[in-house]
Structures are given as C-alpha cells and as structure tokens.
Design a protein around this ligand. Structure first.
Ligand code: SAM
Length: 278
C-alpha cells in the first residue's frame, strides 16, 4: 500500500490530518515529508503499526498522547497522560503576557518577573521564556509528574525557567511577581461541569476539575495573593465560557481596586481574564 492510499482512505473518513501525523510518527519523518512522498510504499510492519494506532485513535485516545507531542506557540512539547494537552486558545495568555511585559511601566526594570501557576507540560512558561529575554519565568504545579514533564520540555527547548512543585502560589510565597498567569483547572463538579467524554477519560483529573463551580482554585489563588502580600500588576487566567459572572464576583471581592477585562476566544466565548491593579 502507498502513502497515498492510506491518506485517501483517511480523507474519506475526514481524518486526513490525523493520518498524516500518525504516518509521520511511525516513519520518523515530518508531516511535510509524508505529504511529499505520497508515492512511497508503506511496509507491512509500518501498516500494522498504523492500524494499531488508528484503532486507539478511533476509540477516542487523543492523537497527542499517541504520538507523545503537541505543538503550542510554534514549539514542540512532549506530552503524555500525566499532563493536559495544551490547547490553541491558551496561546492567548502567552501573547498577552508578552504584550504587557513590553509596556512602559516595566521599561525601567531589568527583568519582568512572571509565574505560571498550574504549568502542566510547561507550555505557557516555556513559550514565554523562549519569546523574551526580559521575562524571568517561574512555573509551579501541584503534580510532581507535571513538573517532571515541564522540566523535560524546558531542557529540550533550551528554556531557562524555574519549575517548582507545590500548591498554587504556596511554594513561591516569598517571591514577588509582576505578572501572575494561570490556566488552572476550571471544570466544575456540580456546576459548569461540561467536559467531553474523551477529555474526561484520558486527561488527568488534577488538570481538569476546579471544585464545585470550577472556580475554587482561582478563589484560593486570589486569597493567597492577599495573604502573602503579593502585589502583581497583572493577573491573567483562562476559565470556562459560562463562568464570567462568577469570576467577576470573585475579583470584586478580592481585588476591589482593580480593573477586570474579560476576553473572548476565537469562537466568541468568554475565555480569559486580565486583572490590572490600579
Ligand atoms: C488546565 S491544566 C493547564 C496546564 C498548562 N498550563 C496548559 O495550559 O496547558 C491545569 C494544571 O494545573 C495544575 N494544578 C491543579 N491544581 C493545582 C494546584 N492546587 N496548584 C498548582 N497547580 C495545580 C494541574 O496539575 C495541571 O497541570
């Protein structure tokens, strides 16, 4: 069978991209190579491997876990079932932190201190460190597994970030940060409990669930900021599309002297918040 035949069949099933990426993984080549060599034969051994992986994919296992990597902000991150697969919409947080770090208010600083809370595979922290020499980036996660993956990614990508295991801002309570960025778990257990079956089945619970209404980790992080006397200029985060009002109430309660902006994702859904201290 030729690469072309494998891809044509996948195209009929509306899974062309998945087939290209699986073949690239099996053949140890890039996706572009696979597309450019569509007349090459696929060996029987490789066809068998393809078939086995295709069955896993059809059963709902995420492609990123099968091939062990996911692209985020133009960088290739190792991922496995110990960490959430970084989502494209989270790139917004990277863009925004970079934009804010270039503002005049930081111009006199030698470095802008940033902490990424709930770093997972290190996608946000590494993307920031790779994109700016001005940022000093620290990454925290409660999961030692996630910290191991983040450290591996930082080393592979040549990023200088501190990776620290612990609960929210607890392990860095004596440090001061200009910007706190977080993509904490925000699926609710009782309310706002929307989660796709394959996400619930394959991705780690610690990366998904944020208490009764999904916002309990953000609530605890805001409480820590006050308790530790931290004074970040900006706090940025991602949340679920129906949680904007509940989040606004939290922000008013914890940071009455701040400005809250809610930003929409590409589908027009409320997705991110930026809290600016006044
Ligand atoms: C939604 S995932 C986000 C991962 C990564 N930042 C990303 O955007 O792809 C949330 C992460 O928060 C971590 N987490 C959950 N509870 C935490 C806590 N109490 N303190 C620190 N990290 C926590 C999880 O282990 C998980 O890696």
């Amino acid at each position: 069978m030729r690469i072309f035949d494998v891809l044509s069949k996948a195209k009929n099933d509306k899974k062309l991209l998945e087939a290209e990426l699986l073949l690239a993984y099996i053949l140890g080549k890039g996706k572009e190579w696979v597309i450019a060599h569509s007349d090459d034969d696929v060996s029987v051994d490789d066809m068998k491997k393809f078939h086995d992986l295709w069955i896993r994919l059809a059963a709902g296992e995420p492609l990123a876990y099968i091939v062990g990597c996911k692209e985020f902000y133009g960088l290739n991150f190792l991922v496995d079932n110990r960490v959430l697969i970084p989502r494209p919409e989270t790139e917004f947080l990277v863009e925004e932190v970079l934009r804010l770090s270039r503002l005049d208010r930081f111009a006199s600083k030698k470095s802008v201190q940033v902490v990424d809370v709930g770093t997972g595979c290190g996608a946000v922290a590494c993307s920031l460190a790779k994109s700016s020499d001005v940022l000093a980036v620290c990454a925290v996660d409660v999961s030692q597994d996630a910290c191991d993956v983040a450290l591996k990614n930082a080393s592979n990508l040549g990023c200088k970030i501190d990776v620290i295991c612990g609960d929210l801002l607890g392990p860095v309570k004596d440090r001061s940060f200009d910007i706190i960025v977080a993509n904490l778990p925000y699926i609710g257990i009782e309310k706002f409990d929307f989660v796709a079956d394959d996400v619930a089945k394959y991705e780690p619970d610690v990366a998904l669930y944020g208490g009764s209404d999904g916002l309990r980790l953000y609530e605890r992080m805001f409480a820590q900021i006050l308790e530790y006397g931290m004074a970040p200029r900006y706090i940025l985060g991602e949340f679920g599309f129906l949680q904007a009002e509940a989040l606004r109430e939290l922000v008013i309660r914890f940071f009455p002297n701040s400005n809250l902006e809610i930003k929409q994702d590409l589908s027009g859904l409320d997705r991110n918040f930026i809290i600016t201290s006044l």
